[in-house]
Design a protein around this ligand. Structure first.
Ligand code: ADP
Ligand code: MG
Length: 314
């Protein structure tokens, strides 16, 4: 393709909300054999809602939610946002907002009123968050986070978790001061176009794979709904990049689509990295493409555009 063709294609892409960083990336996309999708925020809407709260410690449910929301307040993760919204509703149910701005302002005021002070916060990508509240360690995240800190998960909680996971929900476990105190169930609906896009990619001869930090049961339930047969679950961020490299071994061209901080090593390792525009800045920086509309159909648009620019007009 001529430089002019590349320029035109870049412009056409931009008009459709497909931003490509340079001609090389535009060219590589035509040859993609494998496309690796992150789950949360990529295949799913990233608009999680809490469906279940279960306190196992005799703690008051409001106090439990305050603790968890305080710990999550500094996290950028979609799960964290879901928990904060839920806790907000719990504490302020019944107060009708007069406008969107009113809701926003009331939220900010409310948060500053009842969120607890947090020290030594750290986000642990692929696991959850940890920090100190009232001088005691709180952990909010998956099983790995809880058990590697030596906290015992009661059997009753475990069987409750398994039930949630089998119905595609993500369980979030909470430990405080060394004890397991409760859990929450979160559901994140699939993007409406997800199944159609997966089908379309298969028709184009591209093999779809799902990779996620979430647990196996939830991952398999979600993959089944959209027609992805190849799943890699409970993968840490560095492991996501390893998955990319394993598909590249035979010289295949591998694309990665992701939205999170935890996807950025994989986005950088891929031949074609595509970041969801609604995702985190770090993912957007690591990617070759930014899909501004947050619509998975644009994955196909991007590949089509490359094929049209480079294969047909040669
Ligand atoms: P994905 O790969 O699907 O985008 P992540 O790697 O972001 O998922 O997260 C993997 C798992 O780690 C989540 O399913 C959740 O169990 C846990 N996790 C990550 N961040 C958080 C958080 N801020 N709060 C609670 N749990 C979290
Ligand atoms: Mg994600």
């Amino acid at each position: 393709a001529t430089p002019t063709a590349v320029m035109v294609a870049t412009g056409v892409g931009a008009n459709h909300g497909v931003l490509v960083k340079g001609g090389d990336a535009l060219e590589r996309a035509q040859n993609v054999n494998y496309i690796i999708f992150d789950k949360t925020g990529t295949l799913t809407q990233g608009k999680a809602t809490v469906t279940t709260t279960k306190v196992f410690s005799g703690m008051d449910v409001g106090d439990f939610l305050t603790l968890v929301a305080s710990a999550e307040a500094s996290s950028e993760h979609p799960l964290a946002k879901a928990i904060l919204d839920y806790a907000f509703h719990f504490h302020f149910f019944g107060k009708l907002p007069s406008s969107k701005d009113d809701v926003k302002k009331r939220k900010e005021d409310a948060f500053s009123q009842w969120l607890l002070e947090v020290a030594d916060f750290s986000a642990l990508p692929g696991k959850g968050v940890q920090c100190l509240i009232n001088g005691k360690m709180i952990l909010v995240g998956n099983r790995a986070l809880i058990s590697e800190n030596g906290v015992n998960i009661p059997e009753e909680a475990e069987s409750f978790l398994v039930d949630m996971e089998l119905s595609a929900k993500t369980g979030i476990l909470v430990a405080y001061d060394g004890d397991f105190i409760g859990l929450m169930g979160v559901t994140d609906p699939l993007k409406r176009e997800a199944a159609v896009v997966i089908q379309g990619l298969k028709k184009m001869g591209i093999y779809p794979v799902m990779v996620t930090g979430d647990n196996w049961r939830t991952a398999l339930a979600v993959a089944k709904e959209i027609g992805i047969e190849d799943v890699r679950a409970e993968v840490m961020p560095a492991g996501k990049a390893d998955v990319i490299r394993s598909f590249q071994k035979d010289g295949s061209v591998v694309a990665m689509v992701g939205d999170g901080i935890n996807d950025s090593p994989a986005l950088a390792a891929a031949d074609v990295g595509m970041a969801i525009g609604a995702g985190t800045d770090i993912a957007i920086e690591a990617a070759d493409y930014v899909l501004v509309r947050n619509n998975l159909e644009d994955v196909i648009t991007a590949i089509d555009l490359s094929r049209k620019t480079f294969s047909r007009i040669r």
